[in-house]
Design a protein around this ligand. Structure first.
Ligand code: TMP
Length: 207
């Protein structure tokens, strides 16, 4: 089987991590060769960039973007592409749609030049993107309950920022419906898992 690149996206508190864990367990028990990775991160230099990016230092949207792209170049060349070449499924927690939603719609960078920059630097696009949609006030409550004072720089942004991010994800899903699937993250975990599994199976067995 050829490798398949699957990304998971969602706002704060959408339950992405839980779903990735469940999908990885399913793949392990079905002997589907896969790796789980994340952005920003996934490599030693990517994890250092993640710390810098999520830390307390203020930085402009272009600096954010360039840091994220630097991490992505490393991640894709060292982890994602080699895994796909080995025929593995890559389950990646966030990717280019986060850049568009957070730096584009959230921070206000112009969408078309940002897309061009991001895809010129790293042209690889996912075969499937699952976007876990949750109303921002619900996601916020989940994150705040969980983390109290341990919120990172993005989680600490105001509600209006997260509303723009959510609208951005939904706009991109409407523009690329064959790649980006919107899942209702308010559903119970089992239903959400079954829906994600169905979309992934469709892509796996089409390849
Ligand atoms: P998370 O992976 O724990 O959700 O945290 C990563 C944070 O980084 C999240 O707030 C979204 C943000 N982010 C961007 O702003 N742009 C990007 O391109 C990526 C990959 C993540």
């Amino acid at each position: 089987m050829a490798g398949v690149f699957i990304t998971l996206e969602g706002g704060e508190g959408s339950g992405k991590s839980c779903l990735i864990e469940a999908l990885s367990s399913w793949m392990a028990s079905s002997t589907l060769p896969h790796i789980v990775t994340r952005e920003p991160g996934g490599t030693p230099v990517g994890e250092k960039i993640r710390e810098l990016f999520l830390g307390a230092n203020t930085m402009g949207p272009l600096t954010e973007t360039l840091l994220l792209l630097a991490a992505r170049v490393e991640h894709v060349s060292a982890i994602v592409e080699p895994a796909l070449k080995r025929g593995q499924i890559v389950l990646c927690d966030r990717y280019v749609d986060s850049t568009m939603a957070y730096q584009g719609f959230g921070r206000g960078m112009d969408i078309e030049p940002l897309w061009k920059l991001a895809t010129d630097v790293v042209p690889l696009l996912p075969d499937l993107t699952l976007y876990l949609d949750v109303p921002c006030d619900v996601g916020f409550k989940r994150v705040h309950k969980r983390q109290q004072e341990r919120r990172d720089r993005l989680e600490a942004e105001e509600l209006s920022f997260h509303e723009r991010v959510r609208s951005g994800f939904l706009a991109m899903a409407a523009k690329s419906p064959s790649r980006i699937v919107v899942l209702d993250a308010l559903q119970d975990k089992e239903t959400l898992f079954l829906q994600a599994q169905e979309h992934i199976s469709r892509v796996l067995y089409a390849s």
